[in-house]
Design a protein around this ligand. Structure first.
Ligand code: PBG
Length: 327
């Protein structure tokens, strides 16, 4: 054969493959999600997420030491409160669990970038992301509580807030609330294209936030809809979102791609709990090569257009990058 073009030439050995590699996972891309709870000396593994824990604050600070040592720049905090109520008051309490965790984190590791998840579902006894009346999730009355939550996080020292509730108008409400309180410099990373997904199952075990009735389909998006994801994103950007999260990530590469192409803003892929659980379970059975699968899944998100990766695999990935110089 007289082939002029032979793509295999650039695959001949590891050196040339590394040289022409188009996408990389950098330690700087990683955001590590963590769960904090009240108490002392407690580190409880989430059964469906091996290697992921609910931490009491003292254990949380110890673990942050590892995060910082590995060069991971940012964490995303979720709280498991002492008690829950119908209005989710633990979410916006000055001394709530996340607020205290933020204070401690910034005191011990001032350069660590601390992001907080802003939502009510971990704090409501009904497990929904907003106020409830007649089994309906109320939109507008919830907005002020979300803004209060974001403000309380900023007061505690959070560097960035990430609303995940999917109420209409919440980015505007949070932006306005933050600005009024002197936090116009705090960015909003919005879960804009957040789908009502089966992939959040293990998270709900971790956060104890399974809805007690109904489901989240009246506020989170239908998995079938791509154009609607663009609409949600356009609205959030208009309302003041600085970064856009696509969630879940593994089955939503098209949404990541479209978001980046269309809006050009920083795009963040959330490699969620169910994606983590599937990989861990298959790896534990010896059915897949964990490291290979994790890196392949994460680099696919980068290739699709993601700038940053929220992943429970962050510590492993940082270690792998350290060992091999690149990933
Ligand atoms: C809170 C929230 C959820 C996740 C992030 N923020 C759960 C949900 O919407 O039910 C899921 C994260 C994951 O599965 O890893 N609204």
């Amino acid at each position: 054969m007289e082939l002029k073009r032979r793509p295999r030439r650039l695959r001949a050995n590891e050196a040339i493959r590394r040289m022409v590699r188009e996408n990389h996972i950098r330690v700087e891309d990683l955001i590590y999600p963590m769960f904090v709870m009240p108490g002392e000396k407690k580190k409880i593994e989430i059964s469906s997420m091996p290697g992921v824990y609910n931490f009491s604050l003292d254990e949380f600070i110890l673990e942050l030491g590892n995060v910082v040592k590995l060069g991971i720049p940012a964490v995303l905090l979720f709280g498991i409160p002492e008690s829950k109520d119908s209005a989710g008051t633990g979410a916006y309490h000055e001394h709530g669990i996340v607020q205290e965790a933020v204070r401690l984190a910034k005191k011990n590791f001032p350069k660590l970038y601390v992001i907080t998840d802003v939502c009510l579902c971990e704090y409501t006894d009904h497990g929904h992301c907003g106020l409830i009346e007649n089994e309906q999730v109320l939109n507008d009355p919830t907005l002020n509580l979300l803004a209060q939550t974001a403000i309380s996080h900023a007061r505690a020292g959070a560097d960035m807030v990430a609303p995940s509730d999917m109420m209409d108008g919440r980015v505007a409400a949070i932006r306005e609330g933050l600005d009024k309180e002197g936090f116009s410099h705090i960015p909003i990373m919005a879960y804009s294209a957040k789908v009502a997904s089966g992939f959040y199952g293990p998270f709900r075990e971790a956060a104890g936030s399974t809805p007690q009735f109904g489901d989240r389909r009246t506020y989170q998006m239908d998995p079938s809809n791509g154009n609607e994801a663009m609409l949600e994103t356009a609205l959030d950007i208009e309302e003041g979102a600085d970064l856009i999260i696509v969630k879940p990530a593994m089955a939503y590469g098209d949404i990541i791609y479209r978001t980046k192409e269309r809006f050009g803003v920083p795009v963040v892929a959330y490699n969620v709990s169910g994606e983590y659980a599937m990989v861990k379970a298959a790896a534990a059975n010896g059915w897949i090569d964990e490291k290979r699968i994790v890196l392949e899944a994460l680099v696919s998100m980068k290739r699709a257009g993601a700038d940053l990766l929220i992943t429970y695999h962050a510590l492993d990935v940082a270690n792998w990058i350290r060992e091999e110089g690149q990933a």
